[in-house]
Design a protein around this ligand. Structure first.
Ligand code: NAP
Length: 311
């Protein structure tokens, strides 16, 4: 039987920090990551507000540094995703695609995935015009006219990045004003390649073999228009990656994990940190702090178990 002191589920900034603290604290710890280390930041071309990197750092480089540092202290890593968690005879059973793994404590750092628009043509033209990752796909649109949807920090930051490639970029937002941080908003509005289209929603992605345009609707007048663009990048927020936890721990109505101030979930011995947690901030620095806190709480829990002779 594969038995660990702690299993950390998810290899973003919160998970890798939890793994670093636990491994350095000599806890036998396994981290599961099913896709790419770094989670959402691996999709971010430049992280400018994580302390210690005055010139910014690419999301992929920062994720690599987190992983290497944790591995240096003995964190075990398995490229696999959890599909269910249950408690059996005092141990947590984490079921993955390929194995049943057991642990005395679990930290959930499963992060979130890009939200979809849910309009006709969006799924059909995925990878044929539609994308959710500027770092991955931006270069494919060199010299072309493209659109971005969203009004938050991601839409602003990734639009600025995409202007390296795009001939022209339309930033489509459903409100009058973007909610992005003022610094980013100002940079967007000052960029000559970007045309801001407020009060508009995308109702359809159109094309033939590849995407050729968007149908937009004005939220004030209801007027419809056709925007000829060859790419659409969607940055309209995130959804927690917690589908496999339904029925095991308490989730809020949007699927975020409910914790107390010690990052304990509704099940004793299971902790949560980062963007999958109710009240998440979407900031790398906070995810890192929460990963550290969850690891310290898990260590206290493991010590108490040992003292009670339950482990
Ligand atoms: P977000 O802050 O939740 O913003 C989502 C945006 O998409 C909002 O403007 C929202 O409009 C719009 N939206 C949502 N659903 C929509 C729909 N169905 N159709 C059209 N528009 C829709 O998401 P985010 O920008 O991905 O950021 C997530 C978190 O990461 C945030 O906490 C953010 O601060 C953080 N982040 C930080 C940085 C940074 O610090 N540099 C960079 C990236 C992300 P409304 O405004 O009308 O609600």
């Amino acid at each position: 039987m594969s038995l660990f002191d702690c299993i950390v589920v998810g290899g973003g900034p919160a998970g890798l920090t939890a793994g670093l603290y636990l491994a350095r604290g000599k806890q036998n710890t396994l981290l599961l990551e099913k896709h790419v280390f770094g989670g959402q930041i691996a999709l971010t071309h430049l992280v400018e507000n994580y302390p210690g990197f005055p010139d910014g750092i690419s999301g992929i480089d920062l994720s690599d540094k987190f992983r290497l540092q944790a591995e240096r202290f003995g964190l075990k890593i398995k490229q696999d995703g959890a599909i269910s968690i249950s408690k059996e005879e005092g141990l947590f059973k984490v079921k993955t695609q390929s194995a049943d793994l057991f642990a005395k404590a679990v930290i959930l750092t499963v992060g979130s995935n890009p939200r979809k628009l849910g309009v006709p043509g969006e799924a059909e033209f995925l990878n044929r015009g539609v994308s959710y990752c500027a770092t991955c796909d931006g270069a494919l649109f060199d010299g072309l006219d493209i659109a971005v949807v969203g009004g938050g920090d991601s839409a602003a930051q990734e639009s600025l990045f995409l202007t390296r490639f795009a001939k022209k970029l339309y930033l489509i937002h459903r409100r009058e004003q973007m909610r992005a941080q003022p610094t980013l908003r100002e940079r967007v509005l000052a960029n000559k390649k970007i045309e801001f289209l407020p009060n508009k929603v995308v109702t359809q992605v159109v094309g033939d073999n590849a995407m050729t345009g968007l149908i937009l609707e004005d939220t004030k007048t209801g007027e419809k228009s056709h925007l000829p663009v060859e790419g659409l990048f969607v940055f309209i927020g995130l959804e927690p990656n917690t589908w496999f936890l339904k029925g095991f721990i308490e989730l809020d109505e949007r699927g975020y994990i409910v914790t107390n101030e010690r990052l304990q979930t509704s099940v004793e011995g299971v902790f949560a940190a980062g963007d999958c947690r109710k009240g998440a901030s979407g900031q790398v620095a906070i995810a890192v702090g929460e990963g550290c806190k969850a690891a310290l709480e898990a260590q206290h829990y493991l010590q108490d178990l040992a003292q009670c002779g339950k482990s």
